[in-house]
Design a protein around this ligand. Structure first.
Ligand code: NHR
Ligand code: GAR
Length: 218
């Protein structure tokens, strides 16, 4: 097996994306090793998922820090101690300060439940419904100082139906998130992902097209 990329997964909640990453690693579809799962919330269900798989977990509550920078420094210290090479935001609900971005420049990924650059920010499934778009989806991107604006690595599209509720649409999107996030991390682990300006170039994409271009089923 190829070298395992040491990753740290940051969560705030349910952790189904974390679970998809764990499952992909166990199925040998992802050459990575989760060195730490860190949550800003002590009651995040994702922590229980991690513990079930004997992963090292840490809880750092942002409310017990005096500033965003102090919090981010403490998170970075843990990631460094764990020798993490790629930081994976999986439903992590705290914005990262420039201090964090500098420490892990071009080595932080996020998954966002909309087709960026449409609908950045929070509660974006509701924003997509309210706007009346016919398609939405999810985006894996590198994280930079501008919220939800970093270079895009992979996207998947889903249809939006007129009678969708926010939770029905969120579930449809989440299913695609679980497919593309482990794939994007694997491409990075294989060193096939290169940032060129604001674009991301992926080596051998033509060979892998079926894996990467996900067509919506209507
Ligand atoms: N940090 C930076 N610098 N850049 C990005 O693109 C980031 C980021 C941190 C998280 C995920 C993002 C999303 O996919 C993400 C992208 C949290 C907020 C937010 O406003 C916005 C976007 C995202 C995550 N958080 C509030 C804050 O004050 C707290 C909200 C809460 O606790 O519920 O940090 O959507
Ligand atoms: C996912 O839909 C993810 O894209 C979104 O939160 C959900 C987390 O689910 N992320 C954000 O909205 C980031 N602000 P999970 O905890 O089950 O992986």
């Amino acid at each position: 097996m190829a070298r395992q990329l040491p990753i740290g997964v940051l969560i705030s909640g349910n952790g189904t994306n974390l679970q998809a990453i764990i499952d992909a690693i166990e199925a040998r579809a992802l050459d990575a090793k989760i060195e730490v799962v860190l949550s800003n919330k002590a009651d995040a269900y994702g922590l229980a998922r991690a513990q079930k798989h004997n992963l090292y977990t840490a809880v750092l509550d942002h409310k017990s820090f005096s500033s965003r920078e102090a919090y981010d420094q403490a998170v970075v210290d843990i990631l460094r101690r764990c020798k993490v090479e790629l930081v994976v935001l999986a439903g992590f609900m705290r914005l990262l300060s420039p201090l964090f971005i500098k420490a892990y420049s071009n080595r932080i990924m996020n998954i966002h439940p909309a087709l960026l650059p449409a609908f950045p920010g929070l509660r974006v499934q509701k924003k997509a419904l309210d706007h009346g778009v016919r398609f939405s989806g999810c985006t894996v991107h590198f994280v930079n100082d501008e919220c939800d604006e970093g270079p895009i690595i992979m996207q998947a599209v889903v249809p939006v139906f007129p009678d969708d509720s926010e939770s029905v649409l969120a579930a449809r999107i989440l299913k695609q998130e679980h497919k593309i996030y482990p794939r994007a991390i694997q491409l990075y682990a294989e060193r096939k992902v290169h940032i060129v300006g604001r674009r991301v170039m992926v080596d051998d994409l033509s060979k892998d097209e079926k894996q990467v271009l996900i067509q919506p089923q209507i």
